[in-house]
Design a protein around this ligand. Structure first.
Ligand code: 3PG
Ligand code: MG
Length: 399
C-alpha cells in the first residue's frame, strides 16, 4: 500500500518559515506573464498559509537555463504578476544558497513572501544534488510541495529536498491527485479515454496503459491515421507513422484482450492541403484517395464518439481530435468537447483533461469551465496517464 500524505492544510504554520515549491513556469511575453492559470491555482492555498502566520519562501524554476544565470529567465515577471494578484510585496532573492539567501530567509516575517530566483540557474537543481537541496533545506522549517506539473522531474527542489525535511502536500497538488485518482485509480465506470494528437510514438506508453484500464478508447488526430493503416485502410496523403503500424496492431490486440472498445474514425473531413478554410469534403474511411489529407473526424465518427460517451460516467482526455488550430478542422474536437462539457456540468460525468494542446482546444471550444477538472500539467499528466510514479509525488509521502 502506498503511504499517505500529510497535507499543508493540516499544518500549524504560525511563525514557521515554509519552503513552498511551486511550478511558476508560465508563459511570459515581452517581460509580462501572458497566461497565469498556474499562479491563480495556487493562490488560495498561499493566501491561507500567509493568513495563518507563515513566512513563505517560494521556490520555482522558469524555462530551461540549464544551470546558468540567464537574465531572460529571471523570475521577475512572475513575482510581479503574483504581487499584483495577491496584493502583497513579493521580494526576489538572487543569492539563493549564499549569505544573501540566508539573511533574507532569516529576516522574513509572518505574512511576508520571498521568492528565490530561478532554481535552474544552479546546476544542482536538475542534477538532484544533495548538497544543493541541503542548502535549500537550511532556509526553512517546513517544505510544502504544490507543484504537480513538475513532479515528473526528479530535481533537487522537487525530490531530494522534501525527503530531507518535514514535508507536506499543497492544496492544489492534493486537488490534482484526487481528481486524477477518481478518473483512473477508482473511477465510476464505464470509463472512456480520448487520446489524440499527431503521433503514436509520443503516446505509446499512454495507449498501452489506458487500454488495460478503460472501457473505451476513442482515438483521433494524426495518430488515428496510423491505426487506420494498421487496419488496412488507405489514408492518402494523411500524416501518419508507417513504421509504427506493427505497434498500433499490438495495441489493437491488447485492447481486444482487455475488453477495451477501440473507437476509430469511420469517416473524415479530408482536404488537399493543411490550411485554414481549405476546400474539403466528407469521406467514408474506405474511400480516401491518393491526395487526400485526413484533417478531422467526420460527422458519423463524431456521432458515434458522442453516443459512446453518453454511456460513460468518467472520461480522461489528452490530445485534440483533429487539426483544431485550423477551422473547420476543429469541428470534431469542438463537438465532442461540448458534449463532454454538458454532461460534466450536469453532474452525470466526471471529466479530466490535461496537456497544453488539449487545454488550448477546450478553451477554443469554450468548455474549459464545464469540465470537472483541468490539469495544469503537461508532461506530468502524460506520465501519470502512462501509469508511472511521479518522483515529486512519491517524495511527499509520509515515510
Ligand atoms: C512544465 O511546464 O512542463 C514543467 O514546469 C516542467 O518543465 P520542463 O519540461 O522544462 O522540465
Ligand atoms: Mg514540460
Amino acid at each position: 500500500m502506498t503511504a499517505p500524505f500529510l497535507f499543508a492544510d493540516e499544518l500549524d504554520v504560525k511563525g514557521k518559515r515554509v519552503l513552498l515549491r511551486l511550478d511558476l513556469n508560465v508563459p511570459v511575453q515581452d517581460g509580462k506573464v501572458s497566461e497565469d492559470t498556474r499562479i491563480r491555482r495556487i493562490l488560495p492555498g498561499l493566501k491561507d498559509m500567509l493568513a495563518a502566520g507563515a513566512a513563505v519562501i517560494i521556490l520555482t524554476h522558469f524555462g530551461r537555463p540549464k544551470g546558468k544565470v540567464m537574465p531572460e529567465f529571471s523570475v521577475q515577471p512572475i513575482a510581479d504578476c503574483m504581487a499584483k494578484l495577491i496584493g502583497k510585496r513579493v521580494t526576489i532573492e538572487s543569492d539563493v544558497i549564499g549569505a544573501g539567501g540566508k539573511t533574507a530567509a532569516a529576516g522574513l516575517k509572518s505574512g511576508q513572501i520571498l521568492m528565490m530566483e530561478n532554481l535552474r540557474f544552479f546546476p544542482g537543481e536538475e542534477a538532484n544534488d544533495a548538497d544543493f537541496a541541503a542548502a535549500l533545506a537550511a532556509l526553512g522549517d517546513i517544505y510544502v510541495g504544490d507543484a504537480f506539473s513538475c513532479t515528473h522531474r526528479a530535481h533537487a527542489s522537487v525530490e531530494a529536498l522534501p525527503k530531507m525535511m518535514k514535508a507536506a502536500a499543497g492544496r492544489a497538488l492534493g486537488a490534482e491527485l484526487t481528481a486524477l485518482e477518481s478518473a483512473l485509480a477508482n473511477p465510476k465506470r464505464p470509463v472512456a479515454a480520448l487520446v489524440g494528437g499527431a503521433k503514436v510514438s509520443t503516446k505509446l506508453d499512454v495507449l498501452n496503459n489506458l487500454v488495460t484500464k478503460v472501457d473505451g478508447l476513442i482515438l483521433g488526430g494524426g495518430m488515428a491515421n496510423t491505426f487506420l493503416l494498421a487496419k488496412g485502410f488507405s489514408i492518402g496523403a494523411s500524416l501518419a507513422e508507417p513504421d509504427m503500424v506493427d505497434i498500433a496492431s499490438a495495441i489493437i490486440k491488447r485492447a481486444e484482450e482487455s475488453n477495451c472498445k477501440l473507437i476509430l474514425p469511420d469517416d473524415a473531413l479530408v482536404a488537399g492541403e493543411f490550411k485554414a478554410g481549405a476546400a474539403h469534403r466528407i469521406a467514408s474511411i474506405d474511400t480516401i484517395e491518393d491526395g487526400d489529407m485526413i484533417l478531422d473526424a467526420g460527422p458519423k465518427s463524431i456521432a458515434s464518439a458522442i453516443a459512446f460517451l453518453a454511456t460513460c460516467s468518467t472520461v480522461v482526455w489528452n490530445g485534440p481530435m483533429g487539426a483544431f488550430e485550423i477551422p473547420p478542422f476543429d469541428t470534431a474536437t469542438n463537438a465532442i468537447a461540448k458534449a463532454v462539457g454538458i454532461r460534466s456540468a450536469g453532474g452525470s460525468m466526471m471529466s479530466v483533461a490535461g496537456g497544453g494542446d488539449t487545454l488550448a482546444a477546450l478553451a477554443n471550444a469554450g468548455v474549459s469551465d464545464q469540465f470537472s477538472y483541468i490539469s495544469t500539467a503537461g508532461g506530468a499528466f502524460l506520465e501519470w496517464l502512462e501509469g508511472k510514479t511521479l518522483p515529486g509525488v512519491e517524495a511527499l509521502r509520509i515515510n
